[in-house]
Design a protein around this ligand. Structure first.
Ligand SMILES: Cc1cc2nc3c(=O)[nH]c(=O)nc-3n(C[C@H](O)[C@H](O)[C@H](O)COP(=O)(O)O)c2cc1C
Length: 180
């Protein structure tokens, strides 16, 4: 199985990075192929609601020319997508939101239909504050015809603090290793 791991945190070696990496380690151990994309390495322009992507004769293509032209084929080529983002103001980071908005071509083309998704979200307050963001992903997956395959909601604040929670690290690894 091909897994695409999206890191939506600006912090390298941050909590999102570490948790997503553990899922990837677990999934590689059972033979899956993993590619990681750090969203902050790409320019992602805001969706401008031009609705070009709704047109079948235009092959549902997005007209914006930016890093998404590299990311779109990776999304379409994957079987499972990991969406990793810290909680920022009870939502995703701005970069992750830009990416989610740009999934609009897939509403019409259905090219993500049937794929699985995993959500990873560390936050200072912990799982209790993740409801709105979890709901955003749940509804968005539903809308795209994707299936939720798991989530890691963890409490951590400082860069790399999650390393001090071996239980969360183990949970992330085991989620990856349990994917079939
Ligand atoms: C702009 C900003 C907004 C944040 N908003 C929240 C929040 O609403 N709730 C919360 O629990 N933590 C919040 N945090 C804390 C981060 O979610 C937390 O530090 C997280 O572990 C960072 O993950 P990272 O290391 O992968 O970047 C916020 C941090 C920043 C920088």
């Amino acid at each position: 199985m091909k897994i695409l791991a999206l890191i939506g945190s600006p912090r390298k070696q941050g909590n999102t990075d570490i948790l997503v990496n553990e899922i990837c380690r677990g999934s590689k151990a059972v033979g899956h192929v993993v590619e990681t994309v750090r969203l902050y390495d790409y320019e992602i322009l805001p969706c401008i609601d031009c609705r070009h992507c709704k047109r079948q004769e235009a092959d549902h293509a997005c007209t914006l020319k930016d890093g998404m032209q590299v990311i779109y084929p990776k999304l379409e080529d994957s079987d499972l997508i990991i969406f990793g983002t810290p909680v920022y103001w009870y939502g995703p980071t701005a970069k992750m939101k830009l990416l989610v908005d740009r999934l609009r071509p897939y509403i019409e083309s259905r090219r993500l239909k049937g794929k699985r998704g995993i959500v990873v979200m560390p936050s200072e307050e912990g799982p209790g504050c993740c409801g709105p963001l979890m709901e955003m992903f749940r509804r968005s997956f539903d809308y795209l015809g994707m299936n939720m395959a798991g989530s890691i909601l963890a409490r951590a604040y400082e860069r790399g603090e999650i390393e001090r929670s071996p239980e969360e690290i183990r949970r992330a690894y085991e989620l990856g290793a349990s994917l079939s």
